[in-house]
Each structure stands twice: as C-alpha cells, then as structure tokens.
Design a protein around this ligand. Sequence first.
Ligand code: BJW
Ligand code: ZN
Length: 247
Amino acid sequence: MKTLPDSLLERLPQIRSVCVMTGAGISAESGVPTFRGAEGLWKKFRPEELASIDAFLANPEIVWEWYSYRRTLLESVEPNAAHRALARLEAVVESMLLITQNVDGLHALAGSKNMVELHGNIRRSHCHACGNSVTELPRSEKGVVPVCEICGGLYRPSVVWFGEILPMEAFGRAERAAKVCDLFVLVGTSGVVYPAASIPFSAKSGGAYVLEINPEETELSRYADGIVRALATVGVPPLLEAFTQRG
Ligand code: BJW
Ligand code: ZN
C-alpha cells in the first residue's frame, strides 16, 4: 500500500478539519476522460470552441452534441474506490468539505453529502435566456437543442464555461472552509484553471498542510507540503485508513 508522507502522519493527531479538492483525475479510473494530458478531451477538441458561451451561441448544435455524448458516457460509469473513500471520510473526521471541479456527479453517487460543485453539474440544464433549470429535458430530435417551455430559449448544460462566474455560494463556502482547515488535499487536478486553483493558497495562508495526490507533477506541486505520486484509487484509500485508525 502506498504510504502517506511522514510529515503528514506526524500532524495527523492535530487534524480536526479537512478540505479535499478534486479534479477530473479522480474520475479517470471510472472511465471518464480528463481534459488535459495525452488521453484528455482537449486533445481532440479545443476548449474555446466548446466550453464558452460564445462557442455555444455560434454553434449550439455542436456544443449540445458534445455534452450529449459525455452525458451518454456517464450513464455507464460508476464511482471508484477513491470517490467511495472520500464519502466515508466525512464520517471519520470532525469536519470535512469536499470541493469538486468535476461536473460528472460521481461524488454524490458515491455518497458524499458535505460537498460543493464549483463548475456545476452536466446532468442539469438551464435555459440560456430565462434561467429556468431542469434535470429532465423536453424531447427533441437528435442534433436539435431542446428549447425552454417557458420562453422558447435554448437549453444549455448547467456547467461553468470559461469567462463565466463560478456559483457564488459554492465558491464562498469552499474559500471559507479552506481558510480554516488543518489539512487540504488535492486529488487529480492539474491546477491550471482559476479561480479554483487559488483555493489551496487560501488554505496554505491559513496554516493548513497541503497534500497532493496525483501520478503527475502539476502547477500546484511546488506548493504542496506532502506529495503522493499515485493514481487516486491507490493514493486516497490510505488517507481514510489513517484517519480511521487514528480514531
Ligand atoms: C489522475 C489520474 C488518476 C490522471 N488519479 N490523478 C487567473 C489567471 C489565469 C486565468 C484566469 C484567471 N482567472 C480566470 C481565468 C480564466 C479562466 C482560466 O482559469 N483559464 C486558464 C485555463 C488559463 N477561468 C475562467 O474563465 C473561470 N471563470 C472566471 O474566472 O470567472 C471570472 C471572470 C469572468 C469574466 C472574465 C474574466 C474572469 C471559469 C472556469 C470554468 C472551467 N470550466 C471547465 C469546463 C466545465 C464544463 C465541462 O465539463 O465541459 O471545468 S474547464 C475544465 O478544467 C473543467 C475542469 O473542472 C477544469 C479543471 O480541470 P482538472 O479537473 O484539473 O482536469 P485536467 O484534465 O486539467 O487534469 C487532470 C489531472 O488528473 C492531471 O493532473 C492528471 O495528472 C491527473 N490524473 N489520471 C489521479 N487516475
Ligand atoms: Zn427560458
């Protein structure tokens, strides 16, 4: 089993409050592609052509099709051992907030409750014009973007695109928890997308120990106090085990 850094094990008895921030890497072993990297979604598609309001308004059918493809993929995937370990960690530590950049909903499926979704959720949609929010979309022909029953505007996925503001309540909750936590864990994120990537700095300035779990070096590695170079399903369960044994 992959060992946690000694410096973290020494601090373990003092840790009361934990924040965990996850990115696409935690869902990679469930079969959900990451964005960047060799197998990433954006090897094939340029982000600005798909993940912005300008792209959607210029080519709504293409953008809708891309999200439909990803939603279909999600129908056949399940949470993995890392999602499940984080859901169980909630019951083991005094205080925990899970901050996810993922839109796949796998943390909720694994049972996480105390959680914020910074970049929305691909399973929801809302009307671009009036904001009407739905989980069940009206029927539409394949390749045709469904329209709002209230105003006739186009439905769009309820995810945060480049240039859009993150949900204020979710971001505020994440920032507040990061500032006061004792341990901040980064799992499977490249740390290149802001403002999410700024949250570990709030944790660090509040005195937290920052742990990174990622098989690759990232933009945030040099700021981490401890590093576990492992896949999420290998690196995360030992964290749950360490806190469980501590009691
Ligand atoms: C494993 C693994 C395994 C693999 N186990 N690990 C300050 C500085 C610079 C730029 C900006 C800034 N502030 C704002 C910006 C602009 C922009 C931005 O950050 N751009 C940078 C990319 C340059 N940010 C925004 O536009 C944000 N909005 C905003 O700032 O509003 C204010 C504003 C408004 C108007 C004008 C100006 C400012 C919004 C950002 C929204 C991001 N949305 C996306 C798409 C969501 C919809 C969709 O799904 O299609 O969110 S982008 C995409 O990246 C997605 C992710 O949540 C996000 C982060 O990616 P993540 O999760 O880190 O994945 P990867 O693929 O990058 O990395 C995977 C990692 O996993 C790797 O490290 C692997 O090694 C690892 N891994 N297998 C563990 N098995
Ligand atoms: Zn509408």
